[in-house]
Design a protein around this ligand. Sequence first.
Ligand code: HAM
Length: 437
Amino acid sequence: MATFQTLPGFREFYPEDFARRNHLFRLWRQTANNFGFAEYDAPVLEPLDLYKAKSGDEIEGQLFSFTDKGGREVALRPEMTPTVCRLVGARASALKRPIRWFSIAEFFRYERMQKGRGRCFFQFNADIFGEPGPEAEIELVALLVQCLCAFGLTEQDFYVRLSDRNLWFYYLEALGLDEARTRAVLGAVDRYEKYGDAAFADYTATFGPLDAALREKILAFLGIKSLGALEQAVAACGGGKLAARLADWRKLLGAMEAMGLAKFVTVDLGVVRGLAYYTGFVFEAFDRKGELRALAGGGRYDDLVQKLGGPALPAVGFAIGDMTFALLLEQRGLLPQFSQAPDVYCVIGGAAERLAAFGDIHALRAAGYRVDYPLKELAFGKQFKVAAESGAKLALIYGGDELARGVVKIRDLGLRTEIEAPRAQVVAHVRDFFSGS
Ligand code: HAM
């Protein structure tokens, strides 16, 4: 018989995996609510054009795309950003500012498979629209940090590398590079950490070898890892637009300091982000040990809403992926044991006792308690064993003797104590027990 397996890179969620996934989603959702973000979602399948030339070559090459039965070219969403730009753009004038939205959704990219990377994965996306200044970045970097700290991670576990494509544009302009060369250099900077000097191969192939002095300046700028070093480099360039931009950097870093988050944030001009639409500040979160792929990435994309047919609307946001993140939590022992233990287990005598128990079982479940019982008749001894193994705090015992006297036994499975309660008061007793009175 043929056996069917999942497609490579696709995931199944058995209950324990699903519990873990819910744990991530629950804390992300709670954190986003605390920051005043509103949740949205959108279609999984989108017109292919939404991503063409907008997301960048890398994502375009990884699309799951096909022609549907109506002859439309479509793609499974590889990311949320173009979609959320369409949503916000369509209602921009009616939406209350600041527009702060988040979503938790599944994405698809035909990637080479490696640790922490799949072909389907979840992302928590958070974005702010309509705010051109670094006030939006302050909120988003703080939210990103808190989305990770909410699980017990600390500055010893992860950090956020902060960079700025504006600074790069101004700097390369000051060095005399035109826009095409600037983009090619940024592509090389993006790949430099991984490939070293070979990262400049594409540039060289198009524009010829990079002048040695220029190359040295670019590598020096790429190596900047502090505000002080950045200020020095800018001063050496003679100020201008570069110096004016530093005011935004001071505002952003000053706010991080005031929030107690400076320890999480590192200036790092080696980050420029591969996606095509970023325009200003960009940032990525990594584990401190440098063992895993990026945990999260984001930045400003002030032109995208308009490019997709909406009004001119500045925007900035980020996404955390679930796979690398779960790996990090696992490594640090921060994934709790997820228990399906009932609150109450009912031990039931025969058929008549079962009918009596059903009334209480349903009333307790309706009152919000997790109640379990053996679906088929079982010997008393066996039922007590199942009750103890189930992790329930209480056992309700429906024996023939008790019912003849109009009572039910309530056993505290932790303390091993037992009381009898009149049948009509069973739900009230259980409620008292769980409310600690
Ligand atoms: P991204 O850097 O492509 O940015 O993805 C963000 C995060 O999603 C990554 O850091 C990683 O954790 C996770 N991720 C990406 N691809 C995969 C994969 N194949 N398997 C597992 N995890 C993956 C974006 O997607 C931007 N749209 C983020 C953004 C929102 N920018 C502005 N707003």
